[in-house]
Design a protein. Structure first.
Length: 80
């Protein structure tokens, strides 16, 4: 992952933690839980979505997931 993009995602995760009054580890854990739920889906469309997330390992990191979602939203023209 590009170092600048990684830094941006890490900053966003830190901002969420500050906003919610929790630790960065807690935010990362909650992202992992959501990811695990998604990867565990039996629905072929949902599986295809999760399988399409670019990653360096077998499972995306929270940072890889957040970056993918941000880029997807940008492509779809989501409001900032």
């Amino acid at each position: 992952m590009d170092k600048d993009k990684l830094k941006t995602v890490e900053d966003a995760i830190e901002a969420i933690a500050r906003r919610d009054g929790v630790s960065v580890a807690h935010v990362r854990h909650r992202i992992r839980v959501a990811m695990r739920d998604g990867f565990g889906s039996a629905d072929p469309k949902i599986r295809a979505f999760w399988d399409g997330i670019p990653r360096e390992g077998a499972v995306p990191t929270p940072e890889e997931f957040v970056l993918f979602i941000c880029e997807l939203a940008e492509k779809r023209g989501a409001p900032e």
